[in-house]
Design a protein around this ligand. Structure first.
Ligand code: ACO
Length: 319
């Protein structure tokens, strides 16, 4: 039986940092409210001319460097994003050209904040089966462009960034299993309805959210899909060295850790400094914990996402 394994990680954040204090000066909010409700202290926001593929390119180059691979080795690129550079070509194809990759397949996946989990699960199947040898999987977003910066209920929550991994075939796990879910009947609790039609945006171009409904669903499904992944592999929570959940909100993360039965010192969190970077949040947190030495060879790591759709999922792996 063959598996895939993560061979390298990378990430990128725009230079500009927007603190809660800066937001206090622009809208009717406070650092105390944002920190107590979400744990977010600051977020990075892309420059006007900076695109999702720019962030993705820098994260991808760092992941390729840490995996010791070049553009000639990559034969599959999957980009998870809700904020593509344009309607088409896909951001994955744009990234392929920027990296100078000439071979293989490239496509985007859209599962909002679960996008990276969907993308890595897909790449795992394609690499473990032998259909592809070396995949670049990227979560990249400029979510700041979907926000009404006068709407205090949503604009304080999100940030921009990108994270990437390189995966390759392996005789041993690597990725043990992935568990993907969706329930489209909850689509309305987190949405951007705007689309392009007849040269105009039809619908609302900005993010709309029922915060409390999202909160309740996120805590329930993250707990469920963590237990599902553990049970599927005959493990219990004690096997986990690290949980890396989607970084939406510190209260959701703590409630999830509680449901899984893990102490917070086994949970990687970056939400305080990054805000919610949607599809980029999990690979950004993973890269942070790999580079600061927390994640070590042989450890068991669970990655988890939840987002618009609603979609959710988990991936269990050995580092
Ligand atoms: N600053 C100050 N006051 C605010 C702000 C703000 N930024 N935002 C809302 N308020 C006010 C509201 O207007 C309301 O005032 P009112 O009572 O006078 O009307 C009051 O605070 C309470 O509002 P609620 O929406 O009830 O606040 P709640 O305690 O539910 O917290 C929050 C809101 C933080 C959004 C919470 O519901 C939450 O964390 N939900 C999860 C949503 C999430 O994380 N989404 C991310 C995207 S989804 C994903 O990634 C899975």
């Amino acid at each position: 039986m063959s598996y895939s394994r993560i061979a390298g990680t990378g990430s990128d954040l725009p230079e500009r940092i927007v603190t809660n204090t800066e937001l206090e000066s622009r809208i009717d909010t406070s650092d105390a409210w944002i920190v107590s409700r979400t744990g977010i202290e600051a977020r990075h926001v892309a420059a006007e001319d900076e695109t999702t593929s720019d962030l993705a390119r820098r994260a991808a180059e760092r992941a390729m460097e840490s995996a010791g691979v070049t553009a000639d080795d990559i034969d599959l690129i999957i980009v998870a994003t809700t904020t593509p550079d344009m309607v088409f070509p896909s951001t994955a194809c744009i990234l392929q050209a920027k990296l100078g990759v000439k071979q293989g397949a490239a496509f985007d996946i859209q599962a909002v904040c679960t996008g990276f989990i969907y993308a890595l699960a897909t790449a795992d199947k394609l690499v473990a089966s032998g259909a592809h040898r070396c995949a670049l999987v990227v979560g990249a977003e400029v979510f700041s462009r979907l926000l009404d910066w006068n709407d205090r209920r949503t604009c304080v929550l999100f940030g921009d960034g990108a994270g990437a991994v390189v995966i390759q075939q392996s005789d041993e796990p690597g990725i043990y299993s992935s568990h993907l879910h969706a329930d489209g009947s909850h689509g309305h609790i987190l949405q951007v309805t705007g689309g392009i039609a007849e040269g105009k945006v039809r619908g609302n171009p900005y993010l709309e959210m029922d915060g409390q409904a999202v909160f309740k669903l996120a805590v329930r499904v993250l707990g469920e899909c963590a237990k599902e992944a553990l049970a599927h592999n005959g493990f219990d929570a004690s096997v986990l060295d690290w949980l890396i959940p989607h970084q939406a909100n510190m209260r959701i993360i703590k409630a999830t850790a509680d449901r899984v039965g893990l102490p917070m010192d086994k949970v990687v969190t970056t939400v305080a400094r990054h805000g919610n970077t949607s599809a980029a949040s999990v690979p950004l947190a993973l890269d942070t914990a790999v580079r600061d030495g927390r994640i070590a060879a042989g450890q068991h790591v669970m990655l988890q996402g939840v987002g618009g759709g609603m979609t959710w999922g988990s991936i269990l792996l050995r580092w």
